[in-house]
Design a protein around this ligand. Structure first.
Ligand SMILES: CC(C)(COP(=O)(O)OP(=O)(O)OC[C@H]1O[C@@H](n2cnc3c(N)ncnc32)[C@H](O)[C@@H]1OP(=O)(O)O)[C@@H](O)C(=O)NCCC(=O)NCCS
Length: 173
């Protein structure tokens, strides 16, 4: 069974290796990377390695970052999904986090919000994950707005790569 979610306007599905070109576009777009501190611009080969790790998550954790497509045009919108994070961030490790990246052509249309709601519902209701976190650079106003709209509670702020970030959580009821 592969993961596929659908909302009014988008399809979210598992990434495949032949999505590399689209995936790489987001890995190297200056506007997309603006608030992601210490994020190197990757070569195509490096993006491929990251994409392989994304794909591995589906088998290991039944979740991961999902490719987003516009239902009307089939255009690649970006990605959104819940990842199981095994490395330490702030004072936590081994936690689920919601993440998203949307191609700038699609910004400001509510698509990150729509996708996040679908991914959270999948994680909390279908996988029955008890807690999902999100980490956002405090200067990333668009992302702070998305997180606040989809049900996360602010927990605390912390410093990472000399940047102030907010730590959020949503808990299964
Ligand atoms: C953050 C991101 C995913 C948002 O995607 P999106 O599809 O445009 O998000 P939405 O349209 O659902 O919501 C964006 C919100 O920011 C607002 N917004 C848009 N541009 C803005 C700006 N320049 N300043 C402040 N708010 C802005 C929108 O009005 C909307 O809020 P509203 O619904 O209250 O009006 C997208 O900007 C992105 O991919 N950024 C680069 C990657 C990134 O930062 N990922 C998150 C890491 S934590």
């Amino acid at each position: 069974m592969t993961i596929q979610l659908e909302t009014n306007r988008i399809i979210l599905r598992e990434f495949m290796l032949n999505d590399l070109e689209e995936f790489h576009t987001l890995e190297t777009n200056e506007d997309v990377l603006k608030y992601l501190t210490n994020y190197p611009k990757r070569t195509l080969e490096e993006s491929k390695e990251i994409l392989c790790q994304v794909i591995e998550q589906y088998r290991n954790f039944k979740t991961g970052r999902l490719a987003m497509f516009d239902k009307a045009t089939q255009g690649f919108v970006g990605w959104c999904g819940i990842k199981f994070n095994t490395h330490k961030r702030h004072i936590y490790e081994n936690f689920y986090d919601l993440g998203y990246r949307i191609h700038p052509n699609y910004w400001g249309n509510g698509l990150a919000t729509e996708a996040s709601i679908a991914c959270l519902s999948y994680g909390l209701n279908e996988l029955e994950i008890t807690k999902i976190n999100a980490i956002v650079n405090i200067h990333n106003t668009q992302s702070v707005k998305v997180i606040s709209k989809v049900g996360f509670s602010y927990k605390e702020s912390f410093l990472e790569d000399e940047t102030e970030k907010n730590w959020y959580e949503v808990v299964r009821k």
